[in-house]
Write a protein of this length. Structure first.
Length: 116
């Protein structure tokens, strides 16, 4: 089981930016497929972005052009840079790790609130 710790959430005004971080345990982080998901009140958890071991990325249509996922294998960390934030981006953001051949692990989540 991979341990994941998210950080970087908070309150930001519309149009602002935040960077989320997710630190992972383990010595083989470089092969993990990492993802960011979010869940707003009353809604299902949805994929925001993911990044493969070789750096291929995929984004939800709602965040394309505004959010960027990246990873630093030397620090066992994945990031989500969020720009031009909108009120509809308000949610709890979760980090997910998938080690090939094993089950997924989830972080505890970090709250992002976009409001004036």
């Amino acid at each position: 089981q991979v341990q994941l710790v998210e950080s970087g959430g908070g309150l930001v005004q519309p149009g602002g930016s935040l960077r989320l971080s997710c630190a992972a345990s383990g010595s083989i982080f470089s092969i993990y497929v990492m993802g960011w998901y979010r869940q707003a009140p009353g809604k299902q958890r949805e994929l925001v972005a993911h990044i493969t071991a070789i750096g291929e990325t995929n984004y939800a249509d709602s965040v394309k052009g505004r959010f960027t996922i990246s990873r630093d294998n030397a620090k066992n960390t994945v990031y989500l840079q969020m720009n031009s934030l909108k009120p509809e981006d308000t949610a709890v953001y979760y980090c997910k790790a998938v080690v090939p051949g094993t089950s997924a692990s989830w972080g505890q989540g970090t709250q992002v609130t976009v409001s004036s």
